[in-house]
Design a protein around this ligand. Structure first.
Ligand code: ADP
Ligand code: ASP
Ligand code: MG
Length: 814
C-alpha cells in the first residue's frame, strides 16, 4: 500500500482537485492507496479567524463563515456531477450548520477554549475529505471515506495534541483488516482524545496524519504532494536560485523541517523512522518532476544538503557571577520554560558557565521572561544573577547535512561568508554530531544571509553586484550603456553579475528588484515615482541585497552628504562626485573609517583624471610602503582643452564656449576656470598620500581678471570673458614670446599644495599634453628622480563612466 497526502494548495480549487484525482487514480492502478487531504487552501486560517472574531464579539465572523460556505459549495458544484450534487450539498450544508452554530455559541459567550477552537478548525479537513471522496467515487473508482477521528487517539493538548500510538496503531490496523476499498480517503490533521473530544495535531499536521497511517500499515511509500517540486536547498520564496534536493536522509529532512522548511511538518518523520518507509515529496502541479526522496541513508554525498531558517525568534540571555559552578541552574532554567510549555530551539553556554543564551519563539518571549525572573527571583534580588535579557526580532539560520562532520572548514566558511556580508551573528550552536550548524541573526538580515550562504555552498560562485544609480545624465547614461554592453562578458569571464536595481534622474526614481532592463530604463523613469532621496535610501536598506553599491553620477552636494548613511548600511559607494572627498578633512576621514568599519568599499577613482588609474595607483604605492614626496600634475581636462585651443585666432571666450559644448566643463564653468576644480583634485591626491590638508590650505594663483572673479552668475561670467579679452590675450602672448605653452598646474610638495597657470618650456613633460589630457607625476621614495607618470584623456563622459565601471568591478573582484 501507498499513502498519498495532498496539501492545502493541491486541493485549493476544483481545478486542482481534478489534478489530485488523476494522480490518485494512476496510483490506484498499481496498488491500494490511502489518501490524506488537508483543508482547501486557506480554509484553516479562515476558520481560526472566524473563531477569533466570534470570540471578540465581532459580527465580521459571519462574513468569514459565508466565504467558507461559498468556497465549499462552489467546489461541490464544479466537481460533483449534477445527479449526485444535491445529496452532497445537503450533507455539506448540514456540516456547515453545525459549524455556524458553534461559531454563534462562541460569539454569544465571548469565549473560545482551545478545545472549541479545535472543533471549529477540524471542519476544514472534514469538508475537504468528504467532497474529494465523493468526487473520486463519481469517477467510478472504488473509494471510501474514513474519518481519522475514529482512528487517531491523542492526549488533551488541544491544537497540538500528542498521539497515543498504541491505541492509534491498533485502530488503524483493525480498520485496514476489514477494509475492501482500493482507495481510502482520510481527513488529515484531525483526531480525538480518549474521551472522544475533537483534537488536532498542530498546524501543518496533515503530513503527520499521513505518516501515522503509513507507519501503522507498513506502507511501501509515503508521498507528500504539495506545491513545490520537493524539499529545496533553501526556502524558494527567499532564494531564487534554490533547487530541489534529490535525495536526503531522514535526519537531514528532520533537521531542515525543524529549522523552518515548512514543506514537511517536523514530527512527520518520527513514526516512519523505525520502519524505514521512504518519503517522496512531489509537486501536484508538476507530477513528472523528480521531487525529493527521503530515506535512511542518503545517496547524495554533498556534505551540506540545505539551509533553513526560522523567523520571529527571541534571543534570551541569562547571566551573572552567581551562576558559575553552581549545579542545577540549567535544570531550573529549562524546567521553568518547560512548565510554561515553551520550546527552546537553540542553546549556547560559555564554558565559564557565566551565561546561558537560548532562542525561543517571539510569541513566548514575555512568558519566558516572567517565568525565568520568577524562578530566579532570589538570586536576582541577591544580585547573583542579572535580570533576564530578551531580544526579539531575531531569526535562526541553519546549515544541515549528515556529512559535515567529515568535512573541515564548513563552519569557517559559513561565518566568514556572513561576516563578509555584514550579517551580525548573535549566537552559534553546533551539535557534536555536526548535523547542523545554526546561528542567530537579526530578522532584517534573513534574506541576505540565506542568499549569500546559498551562493557560497550551492552556486557556481557567480557574484552578484546590485547597483543603485543616482543620475543618468551624460556620465550616468554612458555608464548604463557600458554595463548593458558588458553584462554577459562579466558573467562569462569574471563571474560577476552586475544588476541595476534602482535608478534616478533629477525628478524620478524607479526600481526593479530583479534587475532593471537597461534597454528601457528611461521609460521606467518616465513612469517612475517622484524622486525622494529618503525613500530611495529606505528602499535600498529594506532590500538589503548583498553587494549593494550606491553609484553617484552627479555633482550634487546634497547627494554627497548621503554617503555616510549608505556606508553605515554596508552599502558600498562609488562616485565621480568630488564634493565629499574634498569637503572638510573630518568628513573625508569619517567616510573612510565607515567604509572600513562596515566593510563597504568607498571608491572615487574618477574624482581625479576621470578614468585614469591615478588614485588606485597611489593607493597601491602607499599600501606597498612607498612614500609620496611630490606630485606635479595637470588635472583639469577642461583647462587643458581651453589653453590648447586658445590662440590669436580663437578668443578665450570662444574656446570656453566650445569646451562647454563638448562637455569638458562642469555645468558651472567657473568651477573649472577659477581653479577650484583642480584645487579639489590635488587636495584629494594629497589626502590619499597621507596629508591632512584642507581646501583652504591650497594656494590658488588665479589667472582670471577681477571682473570675472566678481561675476555673480554664469552668463555674467561668460560676458566678462569677452570684455576682458585683452587680459587673456596678454597671458597668451607672454607665454608665446617665451616659447612656452600655458598649462594649469597643480603641485603638492612636502605637505603643501598650490595650483596656478604656468608657462611650460618645450623640454617639460607637460609641454606636449594634448586636447583634454591629464598628466600626473608622482615623485616618491622609490621614484625620486624619474617620476611615475600617468597620462591620458582626463575628461569626457565615456572615460569617466568607464572609471566608475572599473570601481564597480573592483568591488566585484574584491
Ligand atoms: P502544503 O499545503 O502542501 O502542506 P506547505 O505550504 O505546508 O504545503 O509547504 C510547502 C511550502 O513550503 C512551499 O510552497 C514553500 O513556500 C515552503 N518552503 C519553505 N522552505 C522550503 C524548502 N526548503 N523547500 C521547499 N519548500 C519550502
Ligand atoms: N489544514 C491544516 C493547516 O493548514 C493542516 C495541514 O494542512 O497540514 O495547518
Ligand atoms: Mg504543509
Amino acid at each position: 500500500m501507498k499513502v498519498l497526502k495532498f496539501g492545502g494548495s493541491s486541493v485549493a480549487s476544483s481545478e486542482n482537485i481534478k489534478k489530485v484525482i488523476k494522480i490518485v487514480k494512476e496510483s490506484s492502478l498499481q496498488t491500494n492507496v490511502a489518501v490524506v487531504v488537508s483543508a482547501l487552501g486557506g480554509v484553516t486560517d479562515l476558520l481560526l479567524k472566524a473563531g477569533e472574531l466570534a470570540c471578540n464579539g465581532d459580527e465580521a465572523y459571519k462574513e468569514i463563515f459565508k466565504t467558507i460556505e461559498d468556497k465549499h459549495i462552489t467546489v461541490v458544484r464544479e466537481l460533483i456531477p449534477v445527479n449526485n450534487q444535491s445529496g452532497v450539498l445537503g450533507h455539506i450544508k448540514k456540516m456547515l450548520n453545525i459549524l455556524e452554530n458553534t461559531l454563534e455559541g462562541v460569539f454569544l459567550i465571548n469565549e473560545l477554549s482551545a478545545k472549541t477552537s479545535d472543533k471549529i478548525v477540524s471542519f476544514g479537513e472534514l469538508f475537504s475529505s468528504y467532497i474529494i471522496a465523493e468526487a473520486i467515487k463519481s469517477n467510478h473508482l472504488n473509494a471510501e471515506l474514513k474519518n481519522t477521528q475514529e482512528l487517531i487517539v491523542t492526549d488533551e493538548n488541544f491544537s497540538n495534541a500528542a498521539v497515543l500510538f498504541e491505541k492509534t496503531n491498533a485502530n488503524i490496523e483493525a480498520f485496514f483488516n476489514q477494509n475492501k476499498a482500493k482507495i481510502v480517503m482520510f481527513p488529515g490533521f484531525v483526531a480525538k482524545t480518549e474521551k472522544g473530544e475533537v483534537s488536532t495535531l498542530g498546524r501543518g499536521g496533515s503530513d503527520y496524519t499521513a505518516a501515522i497511517i503509513a507507519a501503522a500499515t507498513n506502507s511501501e511509500l509515503l508521498e507528500i504532494w504539495t506545491d513545490v517540486s520537493g524539499m529545496y536547498t533553501a526556502n524558494p520564496n527567499f532564494v531564487r536560485e534554490a533547487f530541489p534536493i534529490n535525495n536526503i536522509s531522514y535526519q537531514e529532512a528532520m533537521e531542515l523541517s525543524h529549522f523552518g522548511a515548512k514543506v514537511l511538518y517536523p514530527p512527520t518523520i518520527q513514526p516512519i523512522l523505525k520502519k524505514e518507509i521512504p518519503i517522496c515529496i512531489k509537486n501536484t502541479f508538476e507530477p513528472k518532476a523528480e521531487g525529493t526522496l527521503i530515506v535512511k541513508t542518503s545517496s547524495n554525498n554533498n556534505p551540506i544538503k540545505g539551509i533553513s531558517h526560522i523567523e520571529n525568534m527571541a534571543l534570551v540571555t541569562i547571566e551573572g557571577g552567581g551562576m558559575i559552578g553552581i549545579p542545577g541552574i540549567s535544570k531550573r532554567l529549562f524546567g521553568a520554560l518547560s512548565s510554561e510549555k515553551i520550546s527552546v530551539s537553540l542553546i549556547t553556554q560559555a564554558s565559564s558557565e557565566h551565561s546561558i543564551c537560548f532562542a525561543i519563539s517571539n510569541k513566548d518571549a514575555s512568558k519566558a521572561k516572567q517565568a525565568i525572573n520568577d524562578e530566579f527571583s532570589y538570586e536576582i534580588e541577591q544580585q547573583k544573577i542579572d535580570p533576564v535579557i530578551v531580544e526579539e526580532n531575531n531569526a535562526i539560520i541553519a546549515l544541515v547535512g549528515d556529512h559535515m562532520k567529515s568535512h573541515q572548514g564548513i563552519s569557517g566558511k559559513m561565518f566568514s561568508t556572513l561576516g563578509k556580508n555584514n550579517v551580525n551573528i548573535r549566537a552559534i550552536a553546533q551539535g557534536a554530531s555536526e548535523k547542523n550548524i545554526s546561528a542567530v541573526i537579526a530578522h532584517k538580515d534573513i534574506k541576505k544571509a540565506l542568499n549569500v550562504l546559498h551562493a557560497a555552498f550551492f552556486e557556481n560562485q557567480t557574484k552578484q553586484l546590485n547597483l543603485f544609480v543616482v543620475g543618468v545624465g551624460n556620465v550616468g547614461g554612458k555608464l548604463l550603456e557600458q554595463i548593458k554592453q558588458q553584462q554577459q562578458y562579466l558573467i562569462d569571464n569574471l563571474k560577476l553579475q552586475v544588476r541595476v536595481i534602482g535608478v534616478t534622474n533629477s525628478r524620478k526614481m524607479f526600481f526593479n528588484e530583479d534587475g532593471i532592463n537597461l534597454d528601457s530604463y528611461q521609460q521606467g523613469l518616465d513612469n517612475g515615482e517622484t524622486l525622494d532621496l529618503d525613500l530611495f535610501h529606505k528602499k535600498v536598506t529594506e532590500l538589503n541585497y548583498r553587494n549593494s553599491i550606491f553609484v553617484d553620477n552627479t555633482a550634487s552636494a546634497k547627494i554627497s552628504e548621503l554617503y555616510a548613511d549608505y556606508l553605515k548600511e554596508s552599502v558600498s559607494v562609488v562616485t565621480c562626485n568630488k564634493i565629499a572627498c574634498s569637503s572638510n578633512y573630518t568628513n573625508y576621514l569619517n567616510l573612510k573609517q565607515l567604509s572600513r568599519e562596515y566593510n563597504a568599499p568607498f571608491l572615487f577613482e574618477t574624482n581625479v583624471g576621470a578614468g585614469l588609474p591615478i588614485i588606485d595607483t597611489l593607493k597601491n604605492l602607499i599600501a606597498s610602503g612607498d612614500k609620496v614626496t611630490k606630485i606635479q600634475a595637470v588635472l583639469s581636462g577642461s583647462l587643458n582643452f581651453v589653453f590648447n585651443n586658445f590662440n590669436i585666432e580663437t578668443s578665450f571666450a570662444e574656446v570656453v564656449d566650445l569646451a562647454g559644448i563638448q562637455g569638458y566643463t562642469e555645468p558651472d564653468p567657473r568651477i573649472d576656470l577659477s581653479g577650484v576644480d583642480v584645487m579639489r583634485k590635488i587636495l584629494i591626491l594629497a589626502r590619499e598620500s597621507g596629508s591632512r590638508l584642507e581646501l583652504s590650505d591650497i594656494e590658488n594663483d588665479s589667472f582670471l581678471p577681477q571682473a570675472s572673479l566678481d561675476a555673480d552668475s554664469v552668463p555674467e561670467f561668460l560676458e566678462t570673458l569677452k570684455t576682458e579679452a585683452e587680459h587673456f590675450n596678454k597671458i597668451y602672448q607672454n607665454a608665446a614670446a617665451n616659447n612656452c605653452r600655458l598649462k594649469f598646474v597643480a603641485e603638492y610638495d612636502n605637505g603643501a599644495a598650490n595650483v596656478g597657470l604656468k608657462e611650460i618650456p618645450s623640454d617639460h613633460p607637460f609641454y606636449n599634453l594634448d586636447g583634454s589630457d591629464n598628466i600626473v607625476l608622482f615623485f616618491t621614495d622609490r621614484y625620486p628622480v624619474q617620476p611615475l607618470i600617468i597620462k591620458g584623456a582626463g575628461a569626457g563622459a565615456d572615460v569617466t563612466a568607464s572609471g566608475l565601471f572599473a570601481d564597480i568591478i573592483r568591488i566585484g573582484n574584491n
